[in-house]
Each structure stands twice: as structure tokens, then as C-alpha cells.
Design a protein around this ligand. Structure first.
Ligand code: PRT
Ligand code: MG
Length: 214
């Protein structure tokens, strides 16, 4: 295939990438929220969008099944970034990676005592690195979603999760106690495609760069 395949997840990444694609003259012809199609044609015969699970976008781009993709820094750090060229912070889908605990828990004390803290998260590598850097001993428990439930159900003492408005934490009587890092989405590019499809890719990457920096 000589054209360009773009990997996007539906939801906030798809929505927030639309204006960036539009600036590059690319308009998807269907909405993944209403269409069940996983391959979406665009106004350009040589550009298509594939709809993937957010955590699968780096994998599609790494193996060249997609030439470019959009992915949260959280997902990228957990993936490792092998085989990916990351030219651009798109500054979309912004949030913060936080440590949160049940309201009322004395977190400072819990991490000071040297006792092992049970931490539930989808973001094992980010969490491991964060607590290792602080010298805090943790037992990490891998979850795939609804991290907020873990401390309430007695599975963990704390969670590491993304926070945007803070309303999910609040609704579950949790409070953020540490800010690990700011998160936004990145444009990732397959390294081979960057060379082999430069003629088609370069104008798209340039147009997106211009609109992000504007
Ligand atoms: O939802 P699904 O399981 O299919 O996949 P996903 O969660 O990986 O995808 P999606 O589309 O929800 O998220 C894609 C990317 O958006 C993530 O990788 C992040 O980089 C980014 N992003 C930005 C967020 C949020 N904001 C966010 N608030 N991802 C998730 N959340 C969740 C968070 O995990 C928590 O459960 O929203 C909840 C908190 O939101 P507030 O507003 O209540 O604080
Ligand atoms: Mg989600």
C-alpha cells in the first residue's frame, strides 16, 4: 500500500485529532462513534484511518500496519516506544498522572514508615519508576480499568491513574496526593515509513506541526 494509514483510537483522541488532520487537508468520511467500520476512508484516496484500542496504537505503528498514529504519553511510556519516531507533542487529550488515596489516609506517613504500599494501576512501568525514584517500597497490582475502585474494595492502599477534571476521584472519595507527570498525546511515526513515504508524509507532518505550534 503506497498510501498513508493513520491509527487513531475513538473517543477523545479521535475528536481532538480531527482539527489537526483538517489543517493537513484530511477529513475522515465517517464517525467511529456511529459507524462500526474499523477502516475509515478520508476525502483523500491515499489516506485512511484505522480505529484501534488506545493501547494498541503504538503496536500498529511499530509494525508498520499504520504509518502514523496518535497516542497518549502514558500509553507510549508503557509501550516503550520501540521502532517509533516521535516528532511531535500534539498538546491534546491533556491530563495528569497522579497518585491518589482514600480521603483521610495519612499518605506522607504511609510512605515514610518503610512499610510496603499496595498500589493498583494500569501504568505499571510509570508507577514502578516513580516509587523507585522516591525509595518507596510498593507492591504493584496490575488492573485494566476502574482503578478508583481498588482502594474502596480493599484491593490496594493507593492508585496511580490519570486525572483530568478530578470528578472521578471526588465521586469515589479519593484525593490526589502526588503529581507524577503531565500527559498529552504524541504523534508517532513508523521509522521505515518516514523514509520510504517521505514525499506523502512530510507535508502532512509539516501541516500538523504548524497548527500545533500556532
Ligand atoms: O477507554 P478505553 O479503555 O477504551 O481506553 P483508554 O482509556 O486507553 O482510552 P481513552 O480514549 O479513554 O484515553 C485515551 C488517552 O486520553 C489516554 O491514554 C490519555 O493519554 C488521555 N486522557 C486524557 C485520559 C483522560 N484525559 C482521562 N481523564 N484518559 C483517561 N482518563 C480517565 C482516567 O483514567 C479516569 O478514569 O478519566 C477518568 C478521570 O477523569 P476526571 O475528569 O474525572 O478526572
Ligand atoms: Mg478510557
Amino acid at each position: 500500500m503506497n498510501g498513508i494509514t493513520i491509527a487513531l483510537s475513538k473517543g477523545r483522541i479521535f475528536e481532538e485529532t480531527l482539527p489537526l488532520l483538517a489543517a493537513a487537508g484530511i477529513v475522515p468520511l465517517e464517525d467511529p462513534e456511529t459507524s462500526r467500520k474499523l477502516i475509515i476512508e478520508t476525502n483523500r484516496a491515499d489516506v485512511r484511518v484505522v480505529i484501534v484500542r488506545a493501547t494498541d496504537a503504538p503496536t500498529y505503528v511499530q509494525y508498520g500496519a499504520a504509518d502514523i498514529g496518535v497516542v497518549g504519553k502514558d500509553v507510549l511510556l508503557e509501550h516503550g516506544g520501540d521502532g517509533l519516531y516521535q516528532p511531535l507533542d500534539l498538546k491534546i487529550a491533556k491530563c495528569r498522572m497522579m497518585v491518589a488515596v482514600p480521603a483521610g489516609l495519612d499518605y506522607a506517613n504511609a510512605v515514610r514508615q518503610g512499610a510496603r504500599l499496595k498500589v493498583a494501576t494500569k501504568y505499571i512501568s510509570i508507577a514502578r519508576e516513580h516509587f523507585a525514584a522516591k525509595g518507596v517500597h510498593v507492591d504493584l497490582i496490575k488492573l485494566y480499568g476502574s482503578m478508583e475502585l481498588a482502594p474502596l474494595a480493599g484491593l490496594a492502599d493507593a492508585i496511580v491513574d490519570l486525572v483530568s477534571t478530578g470528578s472521578t476521584l471526588k465521586a469515589n472519595n479519593l484525593v490526589a496526593v502526588e503529581h507524577i507527570m503531565d500527559i498529552s498525546s504524541r504523534l508517532i511515526v513508523n521509522q521505515a515509513a518516514l523514509k520510504l513515504k517521505r514525499e506523502t508524509l512530510a507535508p502532512i507532518l509539516d501541516a500538523i506541526t504548524r497548527v500545533v505550534e500556532a
